[in-house]
Design a protein around this ligand. Structure first.
Ligand code: UFG
Length: 320
């Protein structure tokens, strides 16, 4: 297939683009490099630097079999401070992309949605039928795009899937997490092990969980990338399918720090700090729908293995 990958210079987008090239697809990466890195675009991809809202039409006019849409603003805290950046950058840009796809007859879309569309869950593990009540602007914009895709699929015959990611982690060789502003737990803890930070702060140890720290469902970025390929292959015209993607097991912040200590051999000092606003106590996915309908199976669910891949990536970056 000839595929457009928006955000293919970013973390998840670059891993997915690399897997698509390996699977024999022709891949064009479109990225404005606002948070991505040009050297993260995998070999074998054609790279177009530009703003989706401006150039999607001209790029798609070449003719494509599908789009994988990763490009987005994705910092929860920032989304509350600067909502316009998220409503324009995520929602308006995605509408432009949908219109360009329609205009140029691109039949398939896979969209990067998020567990943040659900907000505080009533039940764990979270199923796709759970209520969607995002507690932050980031989640609200992703939900708005999901809703737009549902309408476009029904009205215009688009074959679409939204993948609701839980906590993506790990790396794939030279493709991994390189955020200018790092807010995610695993890369922060590994920065301590690498001597780039003094300590990690644990945001609260009085949560209603077994050890008092928040529980999350960490999914290896390669397992996540493989779900994109499966959902693209199985997308059906006129339907918008939504899949939760996690490994199905919850790990606490303390368990993550312990896994990082084991992998790095570093003591990793940790200090208990106050809770971070907007954090739910526990977020774990039910990925039964993805398993049953797509035949997807997470193959790298072991937390130590996930951390090991992230650590190998972080160490290789230090040498660059
Ligand atoms: N945490 C700490 N200390 C830190 C960083 C994080 O204790 O320095 C804790 C957080 O409080 C949370 C857990 O580690 O309990 C994981 O935090 P992350 O920031 O790594 O991830 P989140 O669960 O907050 O967010 C992830 C994605 C978001 C997405 C959300 C969906 O990164 O994009 O899941 O629920 F919106």
């Amino acid at each position: 297939m000839k595929l457009l990958v928006t955000g293919g210079a970013g973390y998840v987008g670059s891993v997915c683009a690399a897997r698509l090239v390996e699977a024999g697809h022709e891949v064009v990466v479109l990225d404005d490099l606002s948070t991505g890195h040009s050297d993260a675009v995998p070999d074998g991809c054609r790279f177009v630097e530009g703003d989706i809202a401006e150039v999607a039409g001209s790029v798609l006019s070449e003719g494509f079999d599908g789009v994988l849409h990763f490009a987005a603003k994705s910092l929860v805290g920032e989304s509350m401070q600067e909502p316009g950046k998220y409503w324009y950058g995520n929602v308006v840009t995605s509408l432009r992309l949908l219109d360009a796809m329609r205009e140029h007859g691109v039949p398939k879309l896979v969209f990067s949605s998020t567990a943040a569309t659900y907000g505080e869950p009533e039940q764990v593990p979270i199923q796709e039928t759970a209520a969607t009540r995002p507690t932050n602007t980031y989640g609200a914009t992703k939900l708005a795009i999901d809703n737009a895709i549902t309408s476009y699929a029904a009205a215009h015959g688009l074959a679409a899937a939204s993948l609701r990611y839980f906590n993506v982690a790990g790396a794939y060789g030279r493709f991994g997490e390189r955020h200018a502003v790092e807010t995610h737990l695993i890369p922060i803890v590994l920065q301590v092990a690498a001597g780039q930070r003094e300590q990690v702060q644990i945001y609260g140890d009085d949560w209603p969980t077994e050890d008092g720290t928040c529980v999350r469902d960490y999914i290896h970025v390669v397992d996540l990338a493989d779900a994109h390929l499966l959902s693209l292959q199985q997308a059906v015209s006129g339907e918008h399918r939504i899949y939760n993607l996690g490994s199905g097991t919850g790990f606490s912040v303390k368990q993550v720090i312990d896994a990082c200590r084991k992998v790095t051999g570093h003591p990793i000092p940790a200090l208990v700090a106050s809770r971070r606003s907007g954090d739910p106590a526990t977020l774990v996915a039910s990925s039964d729908r993805a398993r049953n309908e797509l035949g997807w199976q997470p193959e790298r669910a072991d937390l130590v293995g996930i951390v090991q891949d992230a650590w190998d990536f972080a160490q290789a970056r230090q040498e660059v």
